[in-house]
Design a protein. Structure first.
Length: 226
C-alpha cells in the first residue's frame, strides 16, 4: 500500500497548465496595506473558478502549546480583522480561550496563490455573532443548534435525531439564539502573499504591522526568498 501511495504521488503535478494560470505579480505595485490586496486576490480566485475560495486552514494551539489545524470558512475581512465562527466550547474555541493567537492560510491552486495571516484573536460582541449566524442559511443555523461540537458522539443515530430536531427548530424559528456561537476576529500582525512561478521563482511579499492597536495602520513590506 505504501509503495502504491508513493507511486501515485510521483504521478501528480503541481500547477498543471491545463487547470492553473500563474498570474504575474509585481510587488512594487502592491498597496500599502494588505487588506485591499487580499480583496483583489480573493475576487480573482472567484473569477478564475476556484472551488470554495472562502475556505481556509485555521491553526491554533492548546494550553500545552500543541498545534491543531482544520478547515473553516471565512466570514469576513475588514479593518477589524479576518473573521470566522464556532462554538466557544468546541476544540478550537477552548484552544483560543487558552491561547488567543492563530494563523490562517488560503490556497487557491487555480492561480498558484497562497495568503497566510497570523495574529491575536478576540471574540466579537455576542449580538454580532448572532447577527452573523442568522444572516446565513437554515442549514448553518441547524448545525449551530445541534451543538455538542467536538464532544464524543455515542452513535450516528443520536446525531441524526439531534440534527433533525435542530432543522425543525431552525425552519420554525429563523432567529433562534445559539448562546455558545462565537464570531472570532483575527487581527493580523503579519500577512504574506505568495505567487507561484513556473520556474520556481515564487514571489513572496510579507506585510508586518508596525503600529500599536488603535492607531492608524502602518505596515512594513518585505520580499522573502522562495
Amino acid at each position: 500500500m505504501a509503495s502504491d501511495l508513493h507511486e501515485l504521488l510521483r504521478t501528480l503535478r503541481v500547477w498543471d497548465p491545463q487547470v492553473t494560470a500563474l498570474a504575474p505579480f509585481d510587488p512594487d505595485t502592491a498597496p500599502a496595506t494588505p487588506l485591499p490586496l487580499f480583496a483583489e486576490w480573493f475576487a480573482a480566485a472567484v473569477s478564475a473558478g476556484q472551488t470554495e475560495p472562502h475556505t481556509m486552514s485555521l491553526a491554533t494551539s492548546d494550553a500545552s502549546g500543541l498545534p491543531d489545524v482544520r478547515i473553516v470558512m471565512l466570514h469576513g475581512a475588514d479593518a477589524d480583522g479576518w473573521s470566522f465562527a464556532s462554538h466557544d466550547g468546541s476544540r478550537k474555541g477552548r484552544q483560543l480561550a487558552a491561547r488567543p493567537y492563530a494563523a490562517l492560510c488560503f490556497y487557491w491552486p487555480v492561480l498558484g496563490r497562497q495568503v497566510r495571516v497570523r495574529g491575536p484573536v478576540s471574540a466579537a460582541p455576542a449580538e454580532e455573532a448572532q447577527g452573523d449566524l442568522h444572516a446565513r442559511s437554515t442549514g448553518a443555523l441547524a448545525a449551530a443548534l445541534t451543538g455538542h461540537q467536538s464532544e464524543v458522539l455515542p452513535s450516528l443515530d443520536e446525531l441524526a435525531g439531534a440534527s433533525e430536531a435542530a432543522w425543525e427548530r431552525a425552519a420554525a424559528d429563523p432567529a433562534a439564539p445559539v448562546p455558545s456561537w462565537t464570531l472570532y476576529r483575527l487581527r493580523p500582525e503579519e500577512v504574506e502573499f505568495f505567487q507561484g512561478d513556473e520556474r520556481r521563482r515564487h514571489v513572496r511579499l510579507r506585510y508586518r504591522r508596525e503600529t500599536p492597536e488603535g492607531l492608524r495602520d502602518s505596515w512594513a513590506r518585505e520580499l522573502l526568498w522562495p
